[in-house]
Design a binder for this molecule. Structure first.
Ligand SMILES: [Cu+2]
Length: 396
């Protein structure tokens, strides 16, 4: 997992992640149009001004837009914040109404407590596009996206890449048309920032399809030149083959939403938030830490165990998912001073929870997980001793 970045559902971002995204987007708005990371420059590649590069036919619809999303995500990172990844708007997993809440208000309260324009609500339009800001259909907050969701789920069942691609194109277009305003037409769609969340979702659906249909791209897709995306240090265009998988580009999609008040609290999530069953092939719990704990400890993971504690049986307990040993600097014997002064290093730990999750988590039902930190002599330990910055559940 190292080096892989995760694109998340915009509804699942923490408030910090959402602030990061909005700040980066607002900064892209401010860049001069000739800057290659400016919003105006990138939004303008899709349609107007001429030349218009997007490919909505076949071959090329999915690969061209995957390339385009990468350029936009890199701009968010370069302009402002390396840790940003482009989120997606999940209109495709089940019934939903309106655009995501993060995109639906004209203003928001920033980190300083000031009410400022919400850059996810509207993007600036250059003079050639009429100036002012983008707008959406006035009924957008009450309009359901169920037909687009049904179309996307049908596309996922198609056996070949070309049929999958052409089947996904329609529901994707329905989202454009339903959002309305600039989003509703090719020349100006790229100027509404929600364009990028929509196409991130299209890309995610493709990645989902690829998980169940491994294999290479058809030859006409792989060899297609994707103008205007250059190969590095070259005047050659990248081709479809450069965008065949998300792994080769260094990202994946994480399909789960969960809310974590504190990493050690019980938290709950659903395996199947909507109508459709998600096929889970592997699930990993990741504890993220930027340094080793001072004292070694064990972290036990329970799923659907009502009140787990250090006394809860582990061996033979089907609700025990496993434990992570946090190898610390001291365990009874005091560490030498120079060891304690060692520079911090990433110290992420992973636990495969696939089996327990599959056994305990029934589709559509809420699953609870609890982490119990235990000292090497079997006593309860305060969770703050573990130096955990955050936790994640990665599902493929
Ligand atoms: Cu589109």
């Amino acid at each position: 997992m190292s080096g892989i970045r995760y694109r998340r559902n915009i509804d699942c971002l923490t408030s910090n992640q959402l602030h990061d995204l909005r700040e980066a987007l607002a900064a892209m708005f401010e860049l001069p149009p000739e800057d290659e990371n400016s919003f105006e420059k990138i939004a303008g590649l899709h349609g107007q001004p001429w030349p218009s590069y997007c490919i909505h036919g076949f071959p090329g619809f999915l690969t061209w837009h995957r390339a385009y999303m990468e350029v936009f995500e890199k701009a968010l990172q370069c302009c402002c914040n390396q840790s940003i990844s482009l989120p997606f708007w999940d209109w495709s997993s089940g019934p939903s109404t309106g655009v995501p809440s993060a995109c639906s208000t004209a203003t928001y309260v920033n980190r300083d407590g000031d009410t400022v324009p919400n850059p996810l609500y509207a993007g600036p339009l250059p003079a050639f596009a009429g100036g002012g800001m983008t707008a959406r259909s006035s009924a957008i907050d009450t309009t359901p996206f169920d037909n687009a969701a049904t179309g996307a789920q049908n596309a996922l069942n198609k056996a070949t890449f070309s049929i999958f691609q052409s089947s996904l194109s329609g529901p994707h277009g329905l989202v454009h048309v339903t959002v309305g305003g600039q989003m509703g037409s090719v020349p100006y769609a790229g100027f509404d920032p929600i364009f990028f969340l929509n196409h991130s979702n299209v890309d995610r659906i493709w990645a989902q399809w690829q998980n169940t249909h491994p294999g290479s791209l058809p030859a006409d897709e792989a060899s297609l030149e994707l103008d205007p995306f250059n190969k590095p240090y070259s005047s050659d265009w990248k081709t479809g083959a450069d965008f065949a998988t998300t792994d080769q580009l260094g990202y994946r999609y994480t399909n789960f939403c969960y809310v974590l008040p504190n990493w050690w609290d019980i938290f709950k999530f659903r395996l199947d938030p909507h109508w459709f069953k998600m096929e889970i092939r592997s699930a990993k719990l990741v504890l993220k830490s930027d340094r080793m704990p001072v004292r070694s400890m064990e972290i036990r993971v329970f799923i659907n165990e009502p009140e787990p504690s250090v006394k809860t049986p582990t061996l033979g307990n089907p609700r025990f998912a496993g434990s992570l040993g946090m190898f610390g600097m001291t365990a009874g014997i005091e560490a030498p001073m120079e060891m304690k002064r060692r520079p911090n290093q990433r110290f992420d730990l992973e636990l495969d929870i696939s089996r327990t999750l599959a056994e305990q988590g029934k589709s559509g039902e809420e699953v609870s997980m609890k982490l119990v930190p235990v000292s090497i002599d079997g006593q309860a330990v305060s969770p703050d001793k573990a130096n955990i910055e955050g936790i994640d559940i990665l599902v493929d």
